[in-house]
Design a protein around this ligand. Structure first.
Ligand code: ATP
Ligand code: MN
Length: 461
């Protein structure tokens, strides 16, 4: 089919330009013997207005062409006398691929709630809101690669199925082909040596450990792929399946890590403000949770940096406001994170140097012996959006941290090896891709920024 996309048509329209277009009918109305169709093909936020006069050969086709129908139309572009669009299409021929029954098609009227639309996940991409969100998601994914490729980082593909069960990042999903009704047993316990891989295996919670060995050869690397956490947290910012971006830099410390995180985030904000202008304008107008000016502004604003110890002191001043206690040694809860970003600093904040005992074993121990070279990037509304650290590169320190965390070297011997052979300072972080999309689009629930959200007790589509 020799069709033009609406995005192409509207980016360089001209009077009399012949057009062949395909799409779905968003709405249809008739006035003074002329039919008007708003057509969307998903290529951009705008619809194309089709004009079909009563006498036209295409007019009889309208009987089988309701809201939701898929059609092809041929005709000419012309300047529009009406409000709301500068060009419209005069249709000379039309073909209906598939109609949608007006009685049963659920997307008849505007103004469905996001909760209702979640129930019809296979149709919701046809709405303005989800079209905008998924195009922004695509734009951000492209910008992620642009940023890292532009800096000479190598995109590495870390495994989705892993044997490491001790990364400490969350609860794991098991991967098995054993018969659930009647698994093989050995001395009363399930015998995983008979399982597919001959050992227990899981869906990955993070590609970091593998990215580390790749960075110890390729220098600067990044992952961008799906990760899985069986955490039973039914919140508006947790998914059981989400995408993560994890850069890892060789010969880098926490300062370098923070600088990268900040440059990265600001690049993404600037890019999306530029290239996603129509989508963001729609979301801004519709939901009023974001502003393009705000997103563009983030592209220039330096992040506040504060140590965990100072943050706890700051939060202590407002202790009465919180449900959870604030005390040195306890992890920050999301109410604390949001207080820092939304009330104290009014913008993104990087919290550094957390207590050793609440962070993972691989984070580099600071001089004080009590804190580690970790950083969390917090943003308004969402809280933590990135978490990272300088990694422990000293063999003895790493081994003693692993002992303290009761992690047996066994399955991670290869990880310890990296400290035996050419160990070097290195650092990285993980950005949750859906939290980023959520932040940029202003969607209140993370389930609305991924086509098929996976959450406890929910696996439709
Ligand atoms: P949180 O405290 O919010 O649960 P975390 O400390 O478990 O986050 P990390 O293990 O540091 O997070 O993971 C890195 C990043 O991945 C986080 O900063 C966040 O953006 C994202 N992330 C973590 N868990 C989830 C989840 N369940 N759903 C979506 N994104 C997540
Ligand atoms: Mn978590």
């Amino acid at each position: 089919m020799n069709r033009l996309k609406i995005r192409e048509i509207l980016s360089r329209p001209s009077q009399g330009m012949p057009v062949d277009v395909c799409g779905w009918v968003r709405s249809r109305r008739e006035s003074k013997g002329i039919a008007f169709i708003a057509l969307s093909d998903g290529s951009c936020q705008d619809t194309l207005q089709l004009v079909i006069p009563e006498g036209s050969a295409a007019f009889p086709r309208l009987r089988g062409c309701n809201t939701g129908a898929a059609v092809r139309a041929s005709g000419y572009l012309r300047e529009s006398p009406g409000k709301g669009q500068s060009f419209e299409m005069e249709v000379s021929a039309m073909e209906v691929f598939g109609d949608a029954d007006p009685v049963t098609y659920p997307l008849q009227k505007k103004g469905h709630t996001l909760e209702f639309l979640r129930e019809i996940g296979h149709l919701r991409p046809r709405t303005n809101t989800y079209g905008a969100v998924f195009r922004i998601r695509n734009l951000l994914a492209r910008a992620v690669h642009e940023f890292f490729q532009g800096r000479g980082f190598v995109w590495v593909h870390t495994p989705i199925i892993t044997a490491s069960d001790c990364e400490g990042a969350g609860d794991l999903f098991s991967v098995t082909t054993l018969d659930h009704e009647n698994p093989p047993r050995h001395e009363g316990r399930i015998d995983f040596s008979k399982d597919f891989f001959g050992a227990r295996s899981y869906l990955t919670v993070s590609g970091q450990l593998e990215a580390e060995f790749l960075s110890m050869a390729l220098g600067d690397v990044y992952t961008f792929g799906p990760t899985f956490r069986a955490e039973n947290s039914n919140t508006s910012r947790h998914l059981a399946e989400f995408w993560m971006i994890e850069p890892e830099m060789a010969f880098a410390d926490l300062q370098d890590d923070m600088a990268l995180a900040e440059d990265f985030f600001r690049f993404l904000c600037r890019t999306v403000a530029e290239q996603g202008e129509h989508e963001l304008a729609f979301l801004e107008k519709q939901y009023k949770t974001i502003s393009i000016a705000g997103i563009r502004g983030l592209g220039d604003k330096p992040f506040v940096r504060i140590t965990y110890t100072d943050a706890v002191r700051e939060l202590g001043k407002a202790a009465g406001k919180f449900e959870f206690p604030v005390e040195w040694g306890l992890d920050l809860q999301s109410e604390h994170e949001r207080y820092l970003t939304d009330t104290v600093f009014c913008g993104p904040v990087i919290v550094t140097d957390y207590p050793r005992d609440i962070k993972a074993f691989y984070m580099r121990l600071n001089e004080d012996g009590r804190t580690v070279a970790a950083m969390d990037v917090l943003v308004p509304r969402i809280g933590e959006i990135m978490g990272g650290s300088q990694r422990e590169e000293r063999l003895e320190v790493l081994e003693s941290r692993m002992r303290a965390a009761a992690i047996s070297g066994g399955s991670l011997e290869w990880y310890v090896d990296l400290r035996r052979f050419g160990s070097a300072p290195h650092a990285g972080f993980g950005l949750g891709f859906e939290r980023l999309v959520q932040y940029i689009t202003g969607m209140p629930n993370i389930r609305d920024v991924i086509p098929c959200p996976r959450a406890p007790l929910s696996i439709r589509f």
